[in-house]
Design a protein around this ligand. Sequence first.
Ligand code: ATP
Ligand code: MG
Length: 393
Amino acid sequence: MLQDLIEARKVHSDGDAVRWGDGGVCNELFAAAIESCPVGITISDATRPSTPLIYVNSAFSGITGYYLQEVVGHNLDFLNGPDTDSAAIRRVAAALRMNEPVDAEILQYRKDGAPFWCEVRMTPLSQDGQAVALIGVHNDITDKRQRRIEDQRRHKLQALGQLAGGVAHEINNLLQPIVTYTDLMLGATQDPDTLRRLHRVMTSAEKARDIVRGILRFSRGEAACLSVTALQPALVEALEFIRGLLPISVAVVVTGLNRDLGHGRISTVELTQVLTNLLNNAAQAMAGRGTVTVEAGLDRIEPAAAAVLGIAPGMVCRVSVADTGPGMDETVLAHVFDPFFTTKPVGLGTGLGLSVVYGIIQDWHGTISVTSAPGQGARFTFSIPCVDSPEGR
Ligand SMILES: Nc1ncnc2c1ncn2[C@@H]1O[C@H](COP(=O)(O)OP(=O)(O)OP(=O)(O)O)[C@@H](O)[C@H]1O
Ligand SMILES: [Mg+2]
């Protein structure tokens, strides 16, 4: 009987060694196969209402940090935590009650408290229509999920860039005669009313041109002149310039800028633009009061991480801008780099700042990411690939 078989295969803990119940060569083989499987495998006793675990393999311990002896007898619930999606858990439980297999992607927590994304597939093992065991297959997909999110973001921004770039290009063409003829008419009239009206046309046309330029930078339709630049002095100079633009009540703490940070193929004008946007956003988020910390350093990007980030492996200069503001929730985080996404009142933000930053850093073959949570500030981190210095070649 299947239930007897499961009963016979319940694990016995013998110090550190884990042995299976009596069985033949076949049982030993199955046990060894499951134990050495690279994915986490669990077996729970479905004959008891609390569905306690009767077995977890080594890969499960590798993923979660929990060993067999400490989890046998417990429901798998111990993996869930504060940000686990309770709706997903209810969906899994409902399927299992119906004796149906179910899969889900759930945020769970390791023994040390670190969160990870787990792809879980639970399959009931039945006999005479009654579930006697639940077989769980658990995969840590944190990196895979991050790669998927980054890919989706890249594709979305690429598509948005193409669309917005096309529109911006057409509008740019239409703006040229508006600006040129308004300028000519301004020089040809003395009438104060006409002058006032023409100035208003000019101001609006210039604003429109700034917006269009921003979109063209985001969509990479307008290439800046890039040159190999020593990054440490360029960052110091850009930060000195921006410091003067921020309210005095915003403290700017700078670390790691007193050493060589290599060279990057960038534009110093754009570097100032990137930092101005990031520091302005931080100052605005903190309502003009708080601390912005700018940290810089050199880092090596290994091939695996490079694949996740979508950049070439090698040395990068990494710069992060962190603030003590209100932070962002998941919804805002998912859209921060989208052109025209803003949470600021009409007239206060165009929502182009970060999309321009994104476009610029893409042009440098670099990468930018953001981490934030409500109430915990925001941290934007960008990386510039290091290149050989002009003298070194
Ligand atoms: N440091 C930050 N803290 C909290 N939210 C931020 C931060 N930086 C950006 N955001 C959010 O991202 C949104 C988009 O930022 P972005 O710089 O692209 O546009 P904006 O600041 O709204 O307008 P502007 O075009 O004037 O820059 C902001 O409206 C805000 O909701
Ligand atoms: Mg902004």
